[in-house]
Design a protein around this ligand. Structure first.
Ligand SMILES: Nc1ncnc2c1ncn2[C@@H]1O[C@H](COP(=O)(O)OP(=O)(O)OP(=O)(O)O)[C@@H](O)[C@H]1O
Ligand SMILES: [Mg+2]
Length: 241
């Protein structure tokens, strides 16, 4: 469903990605792991159109995204939740979630119905709808970002380090919410530095370093490569629960 082949690109003429490739199956959860600066966020930014690849191709569900603008890419059903928090602190939870529908100006009624559906799916959204986003915890803000990304019923959601800075309890809520989005039919491509979290969620895992893929396989195949993981992360992943 998602196919990146031989992608080169980065910032201002300097390549960060050097021949990166990944195949993601429809309806699956895929996770890219790798050390700081490996280019994980650069992969997601290239997919969402924030960065243009210098070379290579990006095809999602048969549509060639190479060279499209970020708004055009959102309209094809590919939505990114960025690494840095991106909510409007002084707006309410509901207002923030509704902003996820901004590229769809046709049907206000349809967006309101979609909001109600998401409020049913994420209990936090229903409970805290009238509160300002700025009053929520880091983990709660992530859920609002997820709901905002789900407003247009996307085919693909790109998650950049969803557990960054979160305590174990919030990580568990993120885990559950990611599964819930996947269960609604959304294909998930996520990036994680928390290898254990990534392995516990993903069907397939891609290990990248210095802008290229060094290992790819099922979560259990990757978990069984303690030497290589040790090489890249300084420690083997902890056993899965
Ligand atoms: N806006 C930018 N301009 C120039 N270089 C950048 C920019 N953003 C990132 N880089 C560089 O690109 C390389 C890859 O960065 P990227 O953010 O993709 O890494 P990452 O794997 O997501 O790392 P992290 O785990 O720290 O988020 C790094 O060397 C970084 O310094
Ligand atoms: Mg990053």
């Amino acid at each position: 469903m998602i196919s990146l082949s031989d992608v080169y690109g980065g910032y201002g003429g300097l390549d960060i990605l050097s021949g990166f490739g990944i195949q993601v199956e429809k309806g699956s959860i895929n996770c890219i792991v790798g050390p700081n600066g490996a280019g994980k966020s650069t992969v997601l930014k290239t997919l969402s159109g924030v960065l243009r690849p210098r070379r290579g191709s990006i095809v999602v569900d048969g549509i060639d995204l190479t060279g499209m603008s970020p708004t055009e890419i959102i309209r094809t059903g590919v939505v990114q939740v960025p690494q840095r928090h991106g909510l409007f602190a002084t707006l309410t939870v509901r207002q923030n979630v509704m902003m996820g529908g901004y590229v769809d100006r046709r049907a206000a009624g349809r967006l309101r119905a979609r909001y109600e559906e998401l409020a049913g799916m994420f209990p936090l959204i229903a409970k805290r709808s009238a509160e300002r986003a700025g009053s929520l915890s880091g983990g709660q803000r992530r859920i609002v970002e997820f709901a905002r990304a789900m407003m247009l019923d996307p085919k693909v959601i790109l998650l950049d380090e969803p557990t960054l800075g979160l305590d174990p309890q919030s990580r568990a809520v993120i885990h559950e919410s990611t599964r819930a989005m996947n269960a609604m039919g959304t294909t998930i491509l996520m990036v994680e530095q928390n290898v254990r979290f990534g392995l516990s969620l993903a069907d397939r895992v891609t290990v990248m370093s210095a802008g290229a893929v060094v290992l790819e396989g099922t979560a259990s195949e990757i978990a069984d490569h303690p030497d290589l993981m040790g090489l890249f992360f300084g420690h083997a992943p902890e056993p899965r629960e």
